[in-house]
Design a protein. Structure first.
Length: 67
């Protein structure tokens, strides 16, 4: 698998108070990434907030941080 340019962990906070902690790798600038997670068990992202927690040089490092 080809390494992406940006690797980061993020936290999505939903209106009902639940949160989702994830990891993402992308080639676009992090602040322009419109990815909101792949879980089908999370509430609607309407009104939710997404915060970048950490950035990493490799996906492996980002995954280690997420765990």
């Amino acid at each position: 698998m080809e390494e992406k340019k940006y690797n980061y962990t993020y936290l999505i906070t939903y209106l009902d108070g639940s949160v989702y902690h994830g990891v993402r790798s992308c080639d676009c600038a992090i602040e322009e990434d419109d990815y909101w997670g792949s879980s089908k068990y999370t509430p609607s992202s309407d009104g939710a907030t997404k915060a970048t927690l950490t950035t990493h040089d490799t996906r492996e490092d980002a995954v280690s941080e997420e765990v």
